[in-house]
Design a protein around this ligand. Structure first.
Ligand SMILES: Cc1cc2nc3c(=O)[nH]c(=O)nc-3n(C[C@H](O)[C@H](O)[C@H](O)COP(=O)(O)O)c2cc1C
Length: 203
């Protein structure tokens, strides 16, 4: 399959083989690959929890208004954004340790990020998390498919109950639930507006 065919073949899948187990090592590989997503200033403000326990999935299904895929998936990713990761010192130290910047550049590089955040303060807020985590989540959906599985992004979820049930720290902002598994039934083909309705070229 060529790359464009691969991208276009992603559809939301809501029917999974409920007996299918995805090995923890594969789950980790999927998430590791997803983390190559872009984020503002490479802040990487994501936190991901993988639920692989049917009892817990059944409970999460209740918080998702009974949507079956939450229980039948092999793994349910709960995807969060973490505002504490919009931390200039942390990312600068990371860059320093990785040899991406030199000690002599530290101040000027830090100022550049500060200037960016002054121009776009919303990028270090919940708005930024939604943007960065949207990109991460899309990458995760493609990584899932690269490993032979399918998924459905979900926000039809009472996240407050999910947070309480899983005892998640308060500074994690819930973004998406992503049930992942072996498809037992294909998703629906894409139906989209015509290109002319949302795109134009200006010459
Ligand atoms: C923010 C968001 C929330 C969604 N919530 C749900 C959901 O709660 N349940 C569900 O079955 N699908 C959900 N979806 C999937 C959409 O219905 C689906 O992406 C859309 O209909 C397009 O279909 P496709 O993903 O097959 O291309 C959600 C998608 C997004 C991006």
């Amino acid at each position: 399959m060529n790359y464009l065919d691969f991208l276009n073949a992603r559809v939301s899948v809501r029917n999974f083989d409920s007996d299918y187990v995805i090995d923890a090592s594969i789950i980790k590989e999927i998430v590791k690959n997803a983390a190559n997503a872009p984020s503002s200033n490479n802040f990487q403000p994501w936190k991901v929890i993988a639920i692989v326990n049917k009892e817990k999935q059944a409970k999460l299904r209740e918080f998702a208004f009974g949507q079956r895929q939450v229980e039948t998936a092999s793994v349910v990713f709960v995807i969060f954004g973490d505002l504490e990761l919009y931390n200039v010192d942390k990312i600068m130290n990371f860059n320093l340790n990785k040899g991406i910047i030199n000690l002599s550049d530290l101040e000027s590089k830090s100022h550049r990020v500060q200037a960016y955040l002054k121009m776009h303060p919303e990028d270090a807020s919940i708005e930024g998390l939604k943007f960065d985590l949207g990109l991460f989540s899309m990458n995760l959906m493609h990584a899932v498919r690269a490993f032979g599985y399918d998924s459905v992004p979900m926000r039809g979820v009472d996240f407050k109950s999910v947070m309480d049930y899983l005892n998640i720290p308060n500074h994690y902002e819930p973004m998406l639930l992503l049930p992942v598994g072996k498809a037992s039934k294909a998703g629906n083909p894409h139906i989209r507006y015509e290109l002319s309705e949302f795109f134009q070229i200006i010459t």
